[in-house]
Write a protein that binds this ligand. Structure first.
Ligand code: NAG
Ligand code: NAG
Ligand code: NAG
Ligand code: NAG
Ligand code: NAG
Length: 307
């Protein structure tokens, strides 16, 4: 009885003793702190050994160990295959493990466990939730209900951000002024991704055209790792007899395309007849005929007449 008591007492004492003197402050740091799908992340396991020797450092996802450092063994670094975990051995060591090609499904609890060497084998484990996020892969899309606005009219705009997780934050600005959304919505997409959308409505006044231009802009942001925008400019109706919504692409480029089509059709007979075009295969020659549908012809003629 007494002996048992002494043994128990001394083990408790030893546990307390080693806890205080041989190992503390095991921390798991993730770099970068926002982990992006397809990217890399270093899981840095820092600790204060208090002079004790290191026996092992183990990294887990959930309960599954995927990487281990044991300085007294050969090899000292070991990877345990876990689906979706790609360890870059060149940049992993006893302090950090570098993961590549991170997938959304890897989001979860990651742990690092440090064990001190004999005689006590003190162990400390620390866990951190790592969220892998997916940024939108396309730019936000901004649309307005009209191509031109007169003072007194309502301007209605919608801005949509392509799917991501979490959904992007959307803010619509008129000139430099953020506009409160009249409606916001999130729509589920596949794989837990979300599409974000906001609608705004603004009464158009002459003051909204400082310098003759009204700018509608939509910013899509995800934390501090993603910031993309879409912009539309409207000119003051009075100063420009033919105000147009200014966007990329639009009417002019179509017109140019039609001109090119006409030119092409004009030269086509020469290309077909020319003896020197021996390299042109029959397949290639098929293309212009299918491309030359009635609608294009009509458009081409309209632009020829109108432009
Ligand atoms: C690791 O380094 C070796 C030699 O420096 C190199 O051949 C190999 O491609 C590297 N592997 C990775 C995943 O970078
Ligand atoms: C582990 O690797 C990282 C990155 O390659 C490096 O910065 C660090 O100094 C290394 N640490 C040790 C203990 O070798
Ligand atoms: C991560 O750990 C926390 C706290 O231990 C727990 O509440 C949570 O359910 C765990 N999450 C997952 C995905 O296992
Ligand atoms: C904006 O979205 C609403 C539905 O949320 C739709 O009724 C409206 O036509 C859209 N406006 C524009 C300019 O696309
Ligand atoms: C969106 O904005 C809110 C409020 O500023 C912020 O707490 C949240 O983290 C942001 N979300 C994203 C995905 O950026």
């Amino acid at each position: 009885m007494v002996l048992n008591g002494i043994i128990t007492f001394s083990s408790v004492f030893l546990l307390l003793f080693q806890g205080v003197t041989s190992l503390r402050d095991v921390k798991l740091l993730v770099e970068p702190s926002t982990v992006i799908k397809g990217g890399t992340a270093a899981l840095i396991c820092s600790r204060d050994m208090q002079g004790a020797l290191l026996y092992s450092v183990k990294w887990y996802r959930g309960n599954h160990e995927f990487f281990r450092y044991t300085p007294n063994e050969k090899p000292d670094l070991k990877v345990f295959g876990l689906p979706g975990i790609y360890v870059d051995m060149n940049r992993s060591n006893g302090t950090q493990v570098l993961l590549r090609r991170l997938e959304l499904g890897l989001s979860g609890n990651f742990s690092c466990e440090v064990t001190a060497d004999a005689p006590y084998f003190a162990t400390q484990i620390t866990t951190k939730f790592i969220d892998v996020i997916a940024l939108p892969t396309l730019l936000p899309v901004l649309v307005t209900d009209k191509d031109r606005y007169q003072p007194g009219e309502m301007l209605r705009a919608n801005c949509t951000s392509p799917p991501g997780r979490p959904a992007a934050n959307l803010t619509v600005f008129i000139n430099e002024e953020p506009i409160r959304a009249s409606e916001t919505s999130l729509q589920p997409f596949e794989n837990g991704l979300l599409t974000a959308k906001v609608n705004v409505e603004v009464k158009v006044t002459p003051e909204l055209f400082p310098g003759g231009r009204l700018r509608v802009a939509c910013y899509a942001t995800v934390y501090d790792v993603y910031n993309q925008s879409a912009k539309l400019d409207f000119l003051t109706p009075e100063t420009d007899p033919r105000p147009e919504r200014i966007t990329l692409g639009g009417g002019t480029s179509k017109c140019v395309l039609n001109w090119l089509l006409l030119l092409f059709l004009f030269f086509l007979p020469m290309m077909v007849m020319g003896e020197d075009y021996g390299l042109l295969s029959g397949d290639f020659l098929d293309i212009p005929y299918t491309y030359y549908d009635e609608e294009s012809e009509e458009n081409a003629i309209i632009s020829l007449v109108g432009g």
